[in-house]
Design a binder for this molecule. Structure first.
Ligand SMILES: [Zn+2]
Length: 64
């Protein structure tokens, strides 16, 4: 996984290891881990967006 962006309460990774999405089971393109209550997304390159809620954070996976 390659770190693309991190600003304290939100971290974005690119998937280079075929890690599978917790929601659909397919390898995702990027994953966002966020502790914020709200988030906006620009989905220009995503064919699918998957969301998984954990206890203290939200997990968002995009598939290209
Ligand atoms: Zn998925």
């Amino acid at each position: 996984m390659k770190l693309l962006r991190s600003d304290g309460d939100a971290t974005l990774y690119e998937n280079r290891d075929e890690v599978r999405c917790p929601a659909c089971g397919d390898p995702f393109s990027r994953i966002l881990l966020t502790e914020r209550r709200e988030h906006s997304f620009d989905l220009a390159e995503a064919a699918r967006l998957c969301v998984s809620r954990e206890e203290s954070r939200l997990v968002v996976c995009t598939h290209g």
